[in-house]
Each structure stands twice: as C-alpha cells, then as structure tokens.
Write a protein that binds this ligand. Structure first.
Ligand code: UDP
Length: 481
C-alpha cells in the first residue's frame, strides 16, 4: 500500500519508555536505510531524545522524520508538564496511571493518520487500540514487540492452559504446556497480572495486547531466527501469528557516536568511559546494569556493592535510584569507595551500554534480562548473570540459562515490579565468579561468541533478518489501496 506519491511510507509509534523508544528508533533506521519513507510519532518531551539519536545516524538511505503530538493530560494524577515517559513517573503508584494516560493518544494519532494516510503503522505492543485506529483509514498495523519470541509463546501458552492455577503453592514449579524446551516456572515468577487474575487496567491491557497479535496485520519482533528458532517456528506455525523477525536492531548502529547517543544523555563522557575500559585486560570487567525502569532499595544496593567487591572482579555498575535519592550515599558500605577505587567504575543513572558491552575488556554482564539488554549481550558475545525483576524477564532468563546456556542465574525467586526480589551479596558473588572464571565460563563465552557471529550475519545482506525485512517491505508495497 503506497502513499499518494506512490511510495511506501511507514509511521512508527513508540511507547514512551527508553526500552521501547530505543529499539523502535533502530527499527525505523533499518527501514529508512532500505529507502522507505519513515516517520516517528512522539510527544514534545520525548521528541528531543529521538531527534538526538536520529541526528547521529550516519546518512544511509532516507532521512527519518519526526511528528509531534501532544501528550494527553486527563485527570490521571500524573504530575503535569514534565512527565511524558516511564522514566519520569515519580512513584510506583502512578505506573498504571501512566499506561492509562497513553491510551488517550488514540485521538491525536487518528487525526495524524487521517491527514497523512501512511501505508502502514508500526505501533508499540502497549497500544492495542492502534489496530482499530489505523483500520479506520484502511491502514495495516504491525505490532512492535520489544520482547523475545520465547516470552510471546509463553504468554499465549499460559493464557491457553493456565498451568499456574493447578499448582498447590506459589513456589511449586509447573511446566508450561505446549511450549518447546520444557520450561518450568513458579507462580511467583510469572507476571503479577497473570498470577493474580486481577481485574485491573494492566490485566485488561495485556488481554488486549495478546488479542491484537491476531487482529493486526502482523507482528515485528526484535530478535533473529537462529537465536530462538524453535520458538520462532512455534509462534508462526502453532500459534498462527504472522511475524517478522528483524533483529538485533541495535546492530544498525555502526559508528561509536551512534552507539554512545542511544536513549538518554549518558552520565559519563564517552572518552572517559573508553579510557577506563582501555586500561583493563580483555574479559576482566563485569558490567552491571538493570535497564531503564528498575530502581533498587538502598539495602539491595548495599548487597550488590558487597557482592561485587567479594567477587574480586573489576566492574562498571550503573546505579539508578529515584531522583531525590540518587545522590544519597546511604547504601554505600563503609570504606567501599576507597577499597574499589581502581577496580570499579560507578555510573549514576545512564551508561553508554552498547559501547561498554562491545568493549573487549567486558567479560560478563549482570542483567535484569530486559530483552534489549539480553540481545545486546548476545550481539556483543558477553555471558550473563541473570537477575530478572519483572515484566517478561523470567522467560528471557530461561532462554539464556536453560536453552542457550550462555549465562547463570543469580537465583531470583519472585517477580516484583520495579525493585525486584531480594538477592544476597553471596549469591551475586558466586554467580559473578561463575561467568568470569574457569571452564564453565569459557564454554559460555564460546557459545555466546558463536551466537554473536550469527547475530551479525543475520542482519547482513542475505542474512535471515535482512531477508525478512526485504520480504516485509515487498509485502507492504504490494498491498495497494
Ligand atoms: N540502556 C542504556 N544505558 C543504561 C540503561 C539502559 O543504554 O544505563 C539501554 C540498553 O542498552 C537497552 C535499553 O536501554 O537498549 C533498556 O532496555 P531493556 O529491554 O534491556 O530494559 P528496560 O529498560 O526496558 O527494563
């Protein structure tokens, strides 16, 4: 389906959270690099973040446009003016209000679609209503997923078979039926909205998200076929969903400038960060980061500090707390900063993650298993210590530790939004040693390096993701009005 000038034109609508805006921008870059006219839609406070990233993009293919729509301000309790992405939501209590508020984007989106009539809308998973909004104008909608295919399959299987309702306790493991790989979880490790069967906004939203996979034109996923082949097949053939696997999208960033300027402004200068890493031996540094949403308590940060120190390994640790707490040092163990002065680099708030992971000094990654981070670790060939917190991260952990065997779990037992389950320093120390030392670590490293090579091949001309993107562009171009 082509626009009035006879060319394919795609609108991208990201959910307002860094873990969503970063990969969808990368995906838009991929389409633009193939000569497709692309436009990102966002709100006033998020626009500079996107334009900063886009401006750093080396001019390949076409320019990416940005269209700004107002962030809705219903009476939702969200602070006025400055709260336009999940990162700026000041407290957990307002988390749902934020999601609810974004559903009011439908009206301005429809105005924009009616005015410009693009050929296709790629809208984030959290906007299930976008399918109907686009359909009003005969525009096909693709669901943009920032999760793994294993988690998409697991969601569907949990919904279909409800195995979590047939166990006698919260900690009794159950098998997810019909899902390849014998995946077992406990009720405490699956998302709260599934576990509690609550009739709240989030549960209803996720119901609609799952339905929208079937109602939309199809689904685009940031993964590559070879990484999750069994699940990629299961999703298409058993669950019957039309899906294109186009990742890892982060690999479209070739230039250090592009890699440095992803998401928020980094809290460390690029050169200082690289200089620190350059002074370290290959595979000698552990990178510790829990994504853009999680915020630990002071006592959990203390445990992490103690665990890292006890592991004896050098580290880069990204510490995120609530804004007002960020500078308080109430979590720092006595004498810690002096003791680790030469060994550890603490970055407050935002690190240039891609640059760090790709540096040869980095030999392990303590991660919350957010899908972008997991895929970035795979693409960089860095084995993981898995510390899932919430969302779909426990499914990703299974892929990493059980299916691909490229990481070890720190032993998290409970899904807890934002702050996660408590993990003791001893558990972290042990897991860090396992990914950094000895034969097991070497085996994981060589497995993940092979996957990193496959990831690179997937996005190169002739690779699986490259070909899926070609097929998708061809399909969309052929739809016609
Ligand atoms: N990220 C980053 N610097 C940080 C924290 C996160 O560049 O200090 C990026 C990271 O590279 C990834 C995204 O933010 O692309 C986080 O997405 P993920 O799915 O891993 O986790 P989420 O933030 O959604 O929990």
């Amino acid at each position: 389906m082509n626009n009035e000038n006879g060319e394919l034109e795609i609108f991208f609508l990201p959910f307002m959270a860094h873990g969503h805006m970063i990969p969808i921008t990368d995906m838009a870059k991929l389409f633009a690099a193939r000569g497709v006219k692309t436009t990102m839609i966002t709100t006033p406070l998020n626009a500079p973040l996107l334009s900063k990233t886009i401006q750093r993009t080396k001019p390949v293919g076409r320019e990416i446009n940005i269209k700004v729509i107002e962030f809705p301000r219903p009476n939702s309790g969200l602070p006025p003016q400055w709260c336009e992405n999940l990162d700026s939501v000041p407290s957990q209590d307002l988390f749902m209000a934020f999601f609810e508020t974004t559903s009011h984007l439908r009206e301005p989106l429809e105005d924009l679609l009616g005015e410009h009539r693009p050929s296709c809308l790629v809208a984030d998973m959290f906007f299930p209503w976008a399918t109907e909004a686009a359909a009003k104008f005969g525009i096909p909608r693709l669901v943009f997923y920032v999760t793994s295919v294993i988690s998409l399959c697991a969601w569907q299987c949990l919904k279909l078979y409800e195995p979590h309702k047939r166990v006698s306790s919260d900690f009794e493991p159950f098998l997810i039926p019909d899902l390849p790989g014998e995946i077992r979880l406990t009720r405490m490790q699956i998302p709260e909205f599934v576990r509690q069967n609550a009739n709240n906004y989030m549960t209803q939203l996720l119901e609609k998200v799952i339905e929208s996979e079937f109602k939309s034109y199809g689904v685009v996923v940031n993964t590559f076929y070879e990484l999750e082949a069994d699940y990629a097949e299961h999703y298409r053939k058993v669950l019957g969903i039309k899906a294109w696997y186009l990742g890892p999208v982060s690999l479209c960033n070739k230039d250090p400038e592009e890699k440095y300027h992803r998401g928020k402004e980094a809290s460390i200068n690029e050169l200082d960060c690289l200089k620190w890493l350059d002074s370290k031996k290959p595979n000698s540094v552990v990178y510790v980061s829990f994504g853009s949403v999680a915020k630990f308590t002071a006592s959990q940060l203390t445990e992490i500090a103690l665990g890292l120190e006890a592991s004896g390994h050098q580290f880069i640790w990204v510490v995120r707390r609530n804004k007002e707490e960020n500078d308080k040092k109430d979590w720092v163990p006595e004498g810690f900063e002096q003791r680790v002065e030469d060994k550890g680099l603490i970055i407050r708030d935002w690190a240039p993650q891609m640059l760090i992971l790709e540096h040869e000094a980095v030999g392990g990654f303590v991660t919350h298993c957010g899908w972008n981070s997991t895929l970035e670790a795979v693409s960089s060939g860095v084995p993981m210590v898995t510390w899932p917190i919430s969302a779909e991260q426990f499914f990703n952990e299974k892929l990493v530790t059980q299916i691909l065997k490229i990481g070890v779990g720190v032993g998290v037992r409970k899904w807890v939004r934002f702050v996660g389950d408590r993990v003791e320093s001893k558990a972290l120390e042990k897991a860090v040693r396992r990914v950094m030392e000895g034969e097991e670590a070497e085996e994981m490293r060589s497995r993940i390096r092979r996957l990193a090579q496959m990831a690179k091949s997937a996005v190169e001309e002739g690779g699986s993701s490259y070909c899926e993107l070609s097929a998708l562009i061809k399909k969309l171009s052929s739809l016609g009005f």
